[in-house]
Design a protein around this ligand. Structure first.
Ligand code: ZN
Length: 132
């Protein structure tokens, strides 16, 4: 298992990308929009992992709610899995509280599912399966 990416909630994608490029030295590998979650996304590779910057584009976006409640910052940690259905079964069997009991579409041709922070010591966990 490896960290696929770390999701960071930001108010402005363009301002955040500027900071991550100029100060931290990362480059954007791609932008995407996930209508399902009401977000625009920028991916910045960092070694084998990536930073995912998330900007809300709708008032109903979970990222908008997160920003209103907690401000900018780390929103979730994503781990890469080969088979997301199998991974979800494993979490269910372990009694984990799932936000998504079935996978939904993620950014950049992925399928994702979230596990509630109550089951992972306070961290919102995203499972990611990359579709070829
Ligand atoms: Zn993510």
């Amino acid at each position: 298992m490896q960290i696929d990416h770390i999701g960071i909630a930001v108010k402005s994608l363009s301002e955040a990308v500027k900071v991550y490029r100029e100060m931290i030295g990362l480059e954007v590998s791609g932008y995407d929009q996930v209508d399902d979650q009401g977000v625009r996304v920028a991916m910045l590779p960092a070694g084998d992992s990536r930073i995912e910057l998330l900007e809300p584009i709708t008032a109903e976006s979970p990222i908008e709610k997160f920003l209103a409640k907690r401000g900018e910052g780390i929103h979730h940690i994503a781990v890469r899995v080969d088979n997301i259905e199998q991974a979800l079964e494993r979490f269910k069997a372990a009694g984990a509280r799932l936000i998504d009991s079935t996978p939904r579409p993620g950014a950049h041709n992925t399928r994702i599912a979230f596990v509630h922070p109550a089951s992972t010591h306070g961290v919102l966990l995203e499972l990611v399966e990359h579709c070829e």
